[in-house]
Ligand binder design. Structure first.
Ligand SMILES: Nc1ncnc2c1ncn2[C@@H]1O[C@H](COP(=O)(O)OP(=O)(O)OP(=O)(O)O)[C@@H](O)[C@H]1O
Length: 262
């Protein structure tokens, strides 16, 4: 059976202020894959995601989502996408129910139906008792659960998750990881960006590492281990990004803190 292409990036290049952040990225993602998209701080992960969402323009190369170049389609393709941003601008003065009804409206879902679904999903995360409370009173993890729910209310085919487990306790993380596996098993495609290497290692069917503007590794965790070195994804990450100085940097940092550096 042919694998269905969900995302295709061809020669994707993006510069800011004359600096190339992405240098000709080529990547094809297929339906049902969980792709762990990793790289050092500032490597261009969030930029790539925002470009696919049509939030960042001014690039060369091409981006196809659901088989069509995003420049040749209207915004309706976004109705099949869910997005958990790294730094979400959540409207703190709204209650959870108001916020979720607002997001549902953006996706064109009926408000009553959306609220019924939101209440059931909040109950699964054990936060349904605060559905009418303002988000400003929510803890970080509670807000993150609302964001995850808001990204899934419209049952999207493609999910972009940027550090989605941020602030979640260990039990909630376990639940969300299992939700992602089950969604992927049902044919949803998940583009997962995170710095938590052991989670990326465990949940991803495929890991894509970008560094210096290029894809420097692309494969299953087992393939990456075979091609690079035995060890954890953290070891492979350190190796492929040429980072071996953590002890030296830490010693110098501590010396400066203690005021003993030259
Ligand atoms: N609007 C912008 N204007 C100028 N430079 C930007 C802008 N957005 C991103 N950049 C730069 O592009 C580079 C990539 O940023 P991006 O946020 O995509 O990195 P990232 O891989 O997601 O990093 P992190 O892991 O720290 O979240 C950084 O050097 C950043 O300073």
């Amino acid at each position: 059976m042919d694998r269905k292409e969900v995302i295709r990036l061809e020669g994707l290049t993006k510069s800011y202020g004359g600096e190339d952040v992405l240098k000709s990225i080529n990547l094809t993602v297929y339906q049902g894959q969980i792709v762990g998209y990793i790289g050092p701080n500032g490597a261009g992960k969030s930029t790539t995601v925002k470009m696919m969402l049509g939030l960042v323009e001014g690039y060369s190369g091409s981006i196809s989502v659901f088989g069509t170049d995003i420049q040749d389609q209207d915004h309706l393709y976004k109705r099949r996408i869910g997005y958990v941003p790294e730094n979400a601008e959540i409207y703190d003065s709204l209650t959870a129910s108001e916020y979720l009804a607002f997001v549902a409206g953006l996706y064109g879902i009926d408000e009553e139906e959306a609220l019924d679904k939101a209440r059931k999903l909040m109950s699964q995360f054990d936060i349904d008792q605060v559905i009418y409370s303002r988000l400003s009173s929510f803890s970080k993890g509670m807000k993150q659960k609302v964001l995850i729910i808001s990204s899934l209310l419209h049952n999207p085919d493609l999910l972009f998750l940027d550090e989605p487990l941020s602030g979640l306790d260990a039990n909630s993380m376990l639940v969300v990881k299992e939700i992602l596996s089950q969604l992927a098993a049902q044919g949803k495609t998940i583009f997962y960006s995170s710095h938590i290497m052991d989670i990326v290692e465990k949940i991803s069917h495929r890991i894509v590492l970008i560094s210096g503007g290029n894809v420097v590794a692309d494969g299953t965790f087992e393939e990456l281990r075979e091609q690079n070195k035995q060890g954890s994804l953290e070891d492979i990450f350190n190796d492929l990004t040429g980072f071996h100085q953590h002890k030296q940097i830490a010693s110098e940092f501590v010396a400066i803190v203690q005021g003993v550096s030259s």
